[in-house]
Ligand binder design. Structure first.
Ligand code: BTN
Length: 267
């Protein structure tokens, strides 16, 4: 199977209007998010995609690292320059989560779900992570970089990850070309991002909720300053997670680490 992310293979299958039409491909790079930030600062336009076969310092959320196995996974970062206030952009990471879920459902027929805010989960295991980073000045967004790591055809995970992480191939039982997955994510994202920009996250929240593996579950929330437990009862029109505590009070979570209680302990 020709499973290539080089421009010559990838661009002919891309059906978007502008997402990914400007495409920079690297074999190895420190982090596609770092490269995208540099490109955004030096004038890179909305829709520019930086993709790499592997990363030497891939970054995850909350200061974690992210491993990109060469030739079997996807690491890409997308530059966005939405004309909105920084405080209105919070739902953007969730929009990307929705796009990845849609793409995995359509391209690989997987029952993919989202663990709030944006881990993509199949059969209780994480197959994709998303890291969005923003640069803003006052009320103006200079740029947002949406970085996405997808385990596509990865066959094996290290012992410490194998109960928590999986790949599209392991879950679907067959390999799928990475360029198909990337093109499909960008296509779905372009449509959803259009809705997000014109009508806000509220226009997508019902679909997001329908794909959520967090809603209705007992969760444990930890942030830099606190930790609490409760039941995830809602996701607001601006993308916040509403958690009901044992005393009946409700807390809205903006960011942080949310673990969901499932059959095998917390995910
Ligand atoms: C997470 O789940 O913690 C987020 C992982 C995000 C990984 C992607 S891979 C492409 C981009 N470059 C990075 O360094 N990180 C993101």
């Amino acid at each position: 199977m020709n499973d290539d992310l080089t421009p010559g293979i990838f661009l002919p299958v891309l059906k978007t209007r502008y997402m990914g039409r400007e495409y920079k491909y690297f074999h190895s790079i420190d982090s596609t998010n770092n490269e995208a930030r540099k490109a955004a600062i030096s004038g890179g336009s909305e829709g520019l995609v930086i993709a790499a076969e592997t990363q030497t310092s891939g970054r995850g959320r909350l200061g974690r690292s992210w491993v990109t196995p060469e030739y079997t996974s996807i690491a890409f970062s997308l530059i966005l320059k939405p004309d909105m206030k920084p405080c209105d952009s919070a739902g953007l990471a969730l929009v990307m989560g929705t796009a990845v879920c849609r793409a995995l459902r359509k391209a690989a027929h997987l029952d993919a779900g989202v663990k709030w805010p944006n881990d993509i989960i199949v059969s209780g295991k994480k197959v994709c992570g998303i890291l969005t980073e923003m640069d803003a000045y006052g009320d103006h967004i200079n740029y947002i970089v949406a970085g996405v790591g997808i385990n596509v055809n990865v066959d094996k995970f290290p012992d410490d990850l194998k109960d928590k992480a999986s790949s599209i191939k392991l879950e679907a039982g067959r390999s799928i070309p990475r360029y198909v997955v990337l093109a499909s994510v960008l296509m779905e994202f372009e449509v959803l991002y259009g809705c997000f920009k014109s009508k806000g996250f509220g226009s997508i929240v019902d679909e997001f909720k329908s794909m959520s593996v967090t809603l209705g579950k007992d969760v444990s929330v930890s942030s830099a300053s606190e930790r609490f437990e409760g039941r995830a009862v809602d996701i607001t029109a601006d993308g916040l997670l509403v958690v009901r505590l044992n005393d009946g009070s409700e807390r809205k979570v903006i960011s942080g680490d949310v673990s969901v209680r499932g059959v095998n302990g917390y995910l």
